[in-house]
Write a protein that binds this ligand. Structure first.
Ligand code: FMN
Length: 327
């Protein structure tokens, strides 16, 4: 299948594995790229030496394109941006801010730049800054989220920009992928479904919690502080919610909340799924098994064709010219 996203990124299938800090390393990224999607190494706040090592390891496992993700609030973002330009990863995705200061450098290194956005205003700004595509991420997603749902955000962003739009948030199977294309997307970015890929190195307890989750099992912390995060309900999330209510104007509770949040994703990734933040999206409820990344991708592609009342290729072609009104 060819879409503007597959052409742009040099991949065979329009499926991107979302960056997941502390989780998406060379093992998962290389498996996804080797399977024909785009694997992304999540740099998070990891040391630069770790990033370099993971890119090297991914390259040893696959000759296909590899991406890396920069969280722009990382104080080391400028050094990381330069390192990725030197390493010439094929694609950079960015979260939590504007990558505008780095776009020229990345493009000069031949890197495709794909910011993750949560509003049409941000999407337009990124298009003007020279982004090659955007990931429109709805608030169903796991991890740090915006306000709009995928269903509302995707078509709005498709109307607002002419670069390709990749939908993220709430896609875990072929139905979701077909729905994203029906909304105008030309690719999907998937995080939660890949948490239980065999090649994903997150602790088994984390994978089990994702597989056990039902549709009412995610919760968003941090809405009031302006840093909303979707994760699975557990003792950590309950305590964080309780402290959020009392932290404003209460120094002791505020300090306790800060201490609780520090390193919380890492704790869960290491296996403490009670006291850590088990970030996952609402589609955790659709994830019931562990299987190789290749199988996840092949099943998604086959299901998308089977579930769709439309022809996926025709939808992609219509979306490329934003021609859904004529199609
Ligand atoms: C555990 C976890 C960690 C994440 N970390 C990052 C990150 O470091 N950078 C980023 O841009 N997005 C991050 N995300 C968002 C994903 O890349 C992706 O956009 C999202 O998971 C898609 O929605 P889904 O969870 O419904 O598949 C994270 C998501 C999860 C579940």
């Amino acid at each position: 299948m060819k879409t503007r996203v597959t052409e742009l990124l040099g991949i065979e299938k329009p499926i991107i594995q979302g960056a997941m800090a502390w989780i998406a390393d060379a093992s998962l990224a290389a498996a996804v790229s080797e399977a024909g999607g785009l694997g992304i190494i999540a740099c998070g706040s990891a040391p630069l030496s770790w990033v370099e090592d993971q890119v090297r390891k991914a390259r040893a496992k696959t000759n296909k394109p590899i991406g890396a993700n920069v969280m722009l609030m990382n104080p080391e973002a400028p050094e990381l941006a330069k390192l990725l330009a030197d390493l010439r990863v094929e694609v950079v995705t960015t979260g939590a801010g504007s990558p505008a200061p780095y776009i020229e450098m990345w493009k000069a290194a031949g890197i495709k730049v794909v910011p993750v956005i949560a509003s049409t205003a941000h999407a337009k700004k990124m298009e003007r800054a020279g982004a090659d595509a955007v990931v429109a991420e709805g608030q169903e997603a796991g991890g740090h989220i915006g306000e709009l749902t995928t269903m509302a955000l995707t078509p709005a962003v498709c109307d607002a920009v002419s670069i390709p739009v990749i939908t993220a948030g709430g896609v875990a199977d072929g139905r979701g992928m077909a729905a994203a294309f029906a909304l105008g997307a030309e690719g999907v970015q998937i995080g939660t479904r890949f948490l239980t890929a065999e090649e994903c190195t997150v602790h088994d307890a984390y994978k089990q919690k994702v597989m056990d989750a039902g549709d009412a099992d995610t919760i968003v912390t941090g809405r009031d502080s302006g840093h909303p995060v979707r994760q699975l309900k557990n003792a950590f999330a309950r305590q964080a919610k309780a402290l959020e209510k009392t932290a404003a104007g209460n120094e002791a509770d505020s300090a306790e909340l800060e201490a609780l949040l520090a390193g919380s994703l890492h704790r869960a990734v290491e296996g403490d799924v009670k006291n850590g933040s088990v970030m996952a999206g609402q589609v955790a409820a659709l994830v019931h098994d562990c299987k190789p990344a290749l199988q996840i991708i092949d099943d998604l592609m086959a299901e998308a064709q089977a579930w769709s009342a439309f022809d996926m290729q025709k939808m992609a072609d219509a979306n490329a010219v934003r021609g859904w009104k004529q199609a």
